[in-house]
Design a protein around this ligand. Structure first.
Ligand code: GLY
Ligand code: MN
Ligand code: MN
Length: 496
């Protein structure tokens, strides 16, 4: 199913008959005990049921996707398609080239079948010769029975997918999540009449919208992701003295956070932004090769993605030496007030765009007060104005979940212009960015960039700030939190 790995002629192995005979023998049998069902699988079953009800009688194809080549025969670390992970409950690196099929049944509803590449016997060449699937290369893989026990889904070999898709063609409309795996999409397109991009687009939207409101399990995963992320932030602050002492401090910060993301979870949920000094004013600063200097702040936008693939997305802008200067505090407090106004608007029935409006109204008012706007704040906030955006061009909120920008294919009327509902998880992340080259800005504020980003669960009552549960937000609380961490870090400086 996947792209075939191309091995340069100089790397092709010759397997002698003596070797082939020898490697097959004397391996302990696999355990006959089946693995426990994944904690996530009963929630995944409910998600599949919700999808089934949206498309009665249709055959639904959701691929996991294949490995992506980094170069030659080296792949990127595998990550399954988000909808596949959501509907199967599989996380981490499971399962390359697998496909979830929801097959309509006579009785109504659908039967889920998971097609994947099960492990082969140790006397097959794949065992030792296939660097993508062979157990010698990638470790023990699941049998059909084991994968079924893990997921609670009936399993079949991926070799049977082609037949399954050709079976009863014409009796059901077929929908495929097109972007997940080009090979599977081509197979589906070859087995149905005409290429029905419209019906596929409906599926793509539905899969995104299925994640707008999180179930109980998802909400708890989001809390855990925030908790793990806070530990990463704590470790970073503790290591600021090492970042200063060793140079290229932004890389040091990124590395320390990455260590904790890999240790506690699966990975970082997106590339860490470790932006010290004026770099904070470059919104997607991920090169992270700058110095971390005493007297500057660092904008750290980072999130731990758990093994279940749910990720946090948190930003704190921290004074490297543990104390905000008056100018840094001035900008920080304005952003904090804007963020609080946004969080206060995170109520059911409000639109997500109301959150943006509430936060940015505060930003515009401060910019007016500081004499930076060429018009009044009110005129700047008008659609035909927008001058305030010179200092914050990004949005205030996005949905968060398995993807950092989750539910990205939801319709606008259900997303930015949609009502907030209990169980939704969104970020609130206003900022003010004064580039060092911005001649409109007073000199003492140039080079200061601040963003504060928290992850918010909408509830029937007050919004739940699941990241601020573990990390301070106000300048005083930030300073008080940093002081003992920096003391501990100063006692442990090692120059490499
Ligand atoms: N870290 C990406 C974002 O805040 O949207
Ligand atoms: Mn964000
Ligand atoms: Mn972020």
């Amino acid at each position: 199913m996947s792209e075939k790995q191309i091995k340069s002629a100089n790397r092709v192995s010759y397997w002698s008959p003596a070797f082939v005979e020898f490697i097959q023998k004397d391996w302990a049998p696999y355990s006959s005990a089946l693995p426990a069902q994944l904690e996530n699988s009963k929630w995944a079953a409910a998600r599949r049921e919700a999808l089934s009800q949206l498309f009665p009688g249709d055959r639904i194809v959701v691929p996991a996707g294949g490995q992506k080549v980094r170069n030659n025969d080296c792949d990127y670390r595998y990550r399954p398609n988000t909808a596949f992970a959501h509907l199967t409950g599989l996380g981490t690196d499971r399962e390359p080239d697998a496909v979830l099929l929801l097959e309509p049944t006579q009785a109504g509803g659908h039967e889920a079948v998971l097609y994947f590449h099960p492990r082969v016997a140790r006397n097959e060449e794949e065992f030792y010769a296939d660097s993508r699937y062979g157990e010698v290369w990638v470790g023990q893989r699941e049998s059909l029975e084991e994968m079924s026990a893990l997921t609670g889904i009936r399993t079949e070999s991926i070799d049977l997918l082609d037949n399954a898709l050709r079976d009863n063609v014409g009796s059901a409309r077929v929908r495929v999540l097109r972007e997940a795996d080009p090979d599977v999409t081509a197979l589906v397109d070859a087995t149905r009449e005409g290429i029905a991009e419209g019906v596929d687009e409906q599926l793509r939207i539905a899969l995104s919208e299925l994640r707008l409101v999180k179930d109980e399990y998802e909400v708890e995963q989001m809390r855990q992701a925030c908790k793990a992320t806070a530990r990463g932030f704590e470790a970073v602050v503790t290591d600021f003295p090492n970042a200063l002492a060793n140079g290229r401090g932004e890389r040091w910060v990124e590395g320390i956070f990455g260590l904790h993301a890999r240790h506690q979870g699966n990975a970082v949920g997106y590339d860490t932004i470790a932006a010290a000094g004026d770099h904070a004013n470059t919104l997607h600063w991920i090169r992270n090769d700058g110095e971390v200097r005493d007297g500057d702040m660092i904008l750290l936008d980072a999130g731990v993605e758990l093994d279940s693939l749910f990720t946090a997305d948190v930003t704190r802008t921290l004074p490297i030496n543990g104390r905000f200067s008056p100018a840094q505090r001035q900008v920080y407090e304005a952003v904090l007030e804007a963020q609080q106004a946004g969080i206060d608007a995170c109520k059911p029935g409000n639109l997500q765009s109301d959150v943006h409006r509430a936060a940015t109204a505060v930003i515009a008012r401060y910019l007016e007060q500081w004499g930076l706007l060429p018009v009044s704040a009110e005129e700047a906030l008008d659609k035909e104005g927008g001058q305030w955006r010179r200092w914050m061009v990004h949005g205030t909120s996005h949905h968060l979940g398995i993807d950092v920008h989750d539910c990205a294919h939801a319709l606008r009327e259900h997303y930015a212009d949609g009502p907030l509902k209990p169980g939704m998880c969104i970020t609130v992340e206003p900022g003010i960015y004064f580039k060092s080259t911005d001649l409109l800005v007073p000199e003492e504020l140039r080079g200061i960039g601040v963003r504060i980003e928290d992850d918010i669960i909408i509830t029937e009552g007050e919004p739940e700030n699941i990241s601020a549960a573990y990390l301070p937000r106000t300048p005083d609380d930030v300073e008080a939190w940093m002081a003992p961490l920096l003391d501990a870090g100063r006692a442990n400086v090692k120059q490499w």
